[in-house]
Design a protein around this ligand. Structure first.
Ligand code: AMP
Length: 418
């Protein structure tokens, strides 16, 4: 029989590595909840139309990276490739516009994109994301950026650069797109085929191209940041001045084009030079038209998403945690003591003490070796003369104890982390 493997682009998170994910979850919860963000969890799949509408047909995500399938009822469903559209859907569906604004939300979980796997790029990956809906204040843009910076710092990410730009408003962007399309069209023969084929649908993505000839063309290209209107310019200045006041360093990069269609005004991205080609750690932007596009009332919003695997890489890689926190290992004296051993283990766990039963019928000597290997803090041996307790670190042994005495003794000594 051929051996089964995890699907291409996916990976198992083994127990030693899970500690890192749990640690990141804890850091996220503390940084985000302290800032007033509340956790939301949306389904892992949604109606396909949500992403077609909310992310945009011309994006890479929608045009080629979605895991879309039909369920038994003939509905087209898609494994979520990103979190903003689902959160905005939930905001509309649950009438959150009636709550105090802005509504601050965050999420963590798996996301799915059919991309070519490479270091830092997977088909199932994890993101932490935050969305703040219901205000167009530049202070909220600055807050989103500051919080992501706080999170990356708290998690220990290094080598970070923050790039920042403004895409202006949809009207100005349309005019700019026409201008850029005309500019690209006139230089079509110098562009990479992929870029040339997207002049009409998504000319902005030309700025992302790694192709040298395309890059040379783009160096002279008109910049959106030079075309945004006075209100948008003022909004952007305010965002920058708040970041300056807080001391968050950034580079204004007019070529910053985020992959999603719905952004307006502020866009930003943190990269880390500890990562290879996939250097983006996390980023986001303002999406003032999105909620309305999904059938809700006109509602401005801003948010970001950060890749968990890339955050771990930028923090120096996963620190493996192989401590088992085995606590008490209870060795039944014989068949008839199995029930007593299980009851003692349950009672200890009920008191918050980690405990497990030796289940393989090892000899007492072999069980003691096993206890040392799994890092047990105490070994309890049951026998006809009562129980004996051996504290593994000190070697101190107390014999002839009743079960209540065992519980009291272990309760006093504690058994390490549970
Ligand atoms: P995006 O929604 O494309 O802006 O992605 C936000 C963040 O998610 C990126 O900066 C990455 O850290 C992470 N990310 C996106 N796609 C992938 C992927 N295929 N594999 C791993 N991480 C990803």
């Amino acid at each position: 029989m051929t051996r089964m493997q995890a699907p291409k682009g996916t990976f198992d998170i083994l127990p030693d590595a899970c500690a890192e994910y749990q640690h990141l979850e804890a850091v996220c919860a503390s940084v985000l909840e302290r800032a007033g963000y509340r956790r939301i969890a949306t389904p892992v799949f949604e109606e396909t139309g949500l992403f077609e509408r909310g992310v945009g047909d011309s994006t890479d995500i929608v045009s080629k990276e979605m895991y879309t399938f039909e369920d038994g009822g003939g509905r087209s469903l898609t494994l979520r490739p990103e979190g903003t559209a689902p959160v905005c859907r939930a905001y509309v569906e649950h009438g959150m516009h009636k709550q105090q604004q802005p509504v601050r939300l965050y999420y963590t979980g798996p996301f799915f994109r059919h991309e070519n796997p490479q270091a830092g790029r997977y088909r199932q990956f994890h993101q932490v994301g935050a969305e703040a809906l219901g205000s167009d204040s530049p202070a909220l843009d600055a807050e989103a950026i500051i919080i992501l910076a706080e999170l990356l710092e708290a998690f220990g990410c290094d080598g970070l650069t923050l790039r920042l730009s403004s895409l202006g408003s949809p009207g100005g962007r349309a005019a700019y797109r026409d201008e850029l399309s005309a500019y690209l069209d006139a230089r079509r023969d110098r562009l990479a085929p992929e870029v040339a084929s997207r002049i009409a649908t998504n000319p902005l993505r030309a700025f992302d191209s790694p192709d040298p000839s395309t890059r040379a063309v783009m160096r002279e290209a008109p910049l959106l940041l030079d075309r945004i209107d006075a209100d948008d310019t003022e909004h952007f200045s305010e965002v920058k001045s708040i970041l300056d006041a807080v001391g968050v360093e950034y580079q204004v990069d007019p070529s910053l084009v985020r992959g999603l269609d719905y952004y307006s005004r502020t866009v930003f991205e943190f990269t880390s030079d500890l990562l290879g080609a996939q250097s983006g750690v996390g980023g986001g932007g303002r999406y003032d038209g999105l909620v309305e596009l999904l059938g809700g009332p006109p509602t401005p919003g801003i948010g970001w998403a950060s890749g968990v695997e890339r955050m771990i890489l930028a923090a120096g890689g996963a620190k493996s945690d192989n401590s088992e926190h085995a606590g008490a290992l209870i060795i039944p004296g014989g068949e008839s003591d199995q029930g007593m051993a299980s009851r003692l283990a349950r009672d200890l766990r009920g008191k918050g003490l980690p405990a497990r039963v030796e289940v393989t019928g090892r000899s007492e000597k072999a069980a003691l070796k096993h206890a040392a290997k799994i890092g047990a803090t105490a070994v309890v041996s049951l026998g006809p003369m009562g129980a004996s307790v051996r504290m593994m670190e000190s070697g101190e042994t107390t014999e002839n104890l009743g079960l209540e005495e065992v519980k009291a003794l272990l309760g006093r000594n504690g058994l390490g982390a549970g």
